[in-house]
Design a binder for this molecule. Structure first.
Ligand SMILES: Nc1ncnc2c1ncn2[C@@H]1O[C@H](COP(=O)(O)OP(=O)(O)OP(=O)(O)O)[C@@H](O)[C@H]1O
Ligand SMILES: [Mg+2]
Length: 289
């Protein structure tokens, strides 16, 4: 039930809310995809969605990146994708649910755990058979843990999403690690952490992996994307010591991805080195549960 509280009380209310909703999921699989900028998060999310959909699984893709380019990668026509408004920018919905409009003063009462169970039916977009997309966007936080109406709503949406049964949920995130500090963690079974074969990218991946481990995400999978040689693989392996990864996958650089980018919808039926690698990753995730 939604609670109306002042902002100074929000931490206690949030803890109560988590206790109420901690029930484990019996069906479905929730996967968050993360990593440094440009490593292939959106491409891999969209391809995984298509591969799962081909296996007749119901897939809900969630775009948490304010750049909101998952729609393009899933093959939504440009003119439609460009008109999508992320839920984090939908002022009416934010006000309807939290009781406060973004930018309102600190005196406003804020409902921090609103019922957002209508979010997918109202804002989810049917992309293709078995694939839906929900663009939630993100909030640039002025201070860590800022409790503005947008964040209160997004946290509720993420908590709600992980309570949905019978679906594979794939959440594409913005570059970096900030999102791990929020409501994201609990209820996600897998974190796919992408990296390129480069030092900086691997350091971001290692940081993400530590955060994912602290948040008790059971499956933490490293995906080294755009490998061009055995030397690339050896280099990354040299950076990995005492890491918490449940699995490590190497995906090759694939000209075919560049030829059709950003749209990967047509790739799922093909057999290319990258697509075959992502197919194996999909099978491994499903078998892990
Ligand atoms: N295995 C691959 N082979 C060739 N090109 C690839 C491969 N994986 C991704 N790419 C290309 O790399 C570019 C970046 O990919 P993508 O947009 O998926 O990265 P991202 O991590 O989502 O980026 P951002 O951090 O900006 O959201 C795209 O042009 C994509 O087509
Ligand atoms: Mg992206």
């Amino acid at each position: 039930m939604a609670q109306e509280i002042s902002r100074s009380q929000h931490l206690f209310a949030a803890a109560d809310y988590l206790d109420e909703h901690r029930a484990p999921q019996t069906e479905g699989c929730r996967i968050v995809i993360t990593g440094k900028g440009g490593v292939g998060k959106t491409t891999t999310t969209a391809l995984l969605a298509n591969i799962f959909a081909e296996m007749k699984k119901n897939v809900l893709t969630v775009d948490e990146d304010p750049q909101q380019n998952l729609a393009f990668s899933l093959g939504l026509p440009m003119d439609q994708a460009e008109t999508l408004v992320p839920v984090s920018k939908n002022l009416e919905y934010i006000e309807e649910k939290t009781g406060a409009r973004p930018g309102q003063g600190w005196g406003a009462m804020l409902r921090i755990n609103p019922d957002v169970s209508d979010v997918v039916s109202r804002f989810g977009l049917h992309i293709a058979e078995n694939i839906n997309l929900l663009v939630i966007g993100s909030v640039i936080q002025a201070a860590a843990g800022c409790l503005c109406p947008e964040n209160a709503l997004l946290d509720s949406i993420v908590r709600y999403i992980r309570l949905r049964n019978g679906e594979i949920i794939l959440m594409d995130t913005q570059a970096g690690v900030e999102h791990f500090g929020r409501a994201l963690a609990e209820g996600f079974q897998h974190a796919i952490i992408l990296t390129e074969p480069g030092f900086n990218s691997v350091q971001v991946a290692l940081h993400s992996a530590r955060l994912a481990k602290d948040l008790n995400i059971p499956g933490i999978h490293l995906v080294v994307n755009r490998c061009r040689s055995q030397a690339d693989i050896t280099k990354v392996t040299g950076y990995l010591r005492d890491t918490p990864f449940s699995s490590i996958t190497h995906l090759p650089f694939d000209e075919q991805v560049m030829a059709t980018e950003p749209n990967v919808a047509g790739l799922a039926q093909q057999s290319t080195p990258y697509v075959d690698g992502v197919r194996k990753l999909a099978a491994m995730l499903l078998s892990a549960g």
